[in-house]
Structures are given as C-alpha cells and as structure tokens.
Design a protein. Structure first.
Length: 74
C-alpha cells in the first residue's frame, strides 16, 4: 500500500557504496515491505526514489523526520 508522508528534517539514503544523499524536505510517498521502504518524491520536474533499510525507515519515523499523513476518512 502506498502511504502519503512528509519529510520534515534531514533524511538520507545511500546508492551502493557511495556517499549519503539527502532527500529534500516535503511531500513524498512510501511503500513499506518487511525488508525496506521505498521513498518516492518529486522536485520540480525531476523525480526520485530510494529504497532504505527498514531499520533506518523506522528510526526516521520515531524521530519524526518522516511523518505519515493520515488520509483515511474519519
């Protein structure tokens, strides 16, 4: 299931063995599995996505750097 979320602080991912890359704050979408979470975002005309380990994803949630937006009706 795709979840809507907001990045509110410094969130990073790593491509292979490269350096950490920062994802800009703002709206994004999240798809969570048991092993990782894929974060997708757009920045103007460009789009990006990154798979991050589930432990890192949970830490971002706990620290409120990543906040899931409740889109369910009451």
């Amino acid at each position: 299931m795709i979840k809507q979320a907001r990045i509110t602080g410094k969130m990073q991912y790593r491509e292979g063995d490269g350096v950490n890359i920062t994802i800009r704050p703002g709206l994004c979408e999240v798809v969570e599995t048991s092993l990782d979470a894929t974060i997708s975002w757009s920045d103007g005309e460009s789009r990006g996505s990154a798979a991050i380990p589930i432990a890192d994803y949970r830490q971002y949630l706990l620290s409120k750097v990543l906040q899931i937006i409740d889109t369910q009706p009451n």
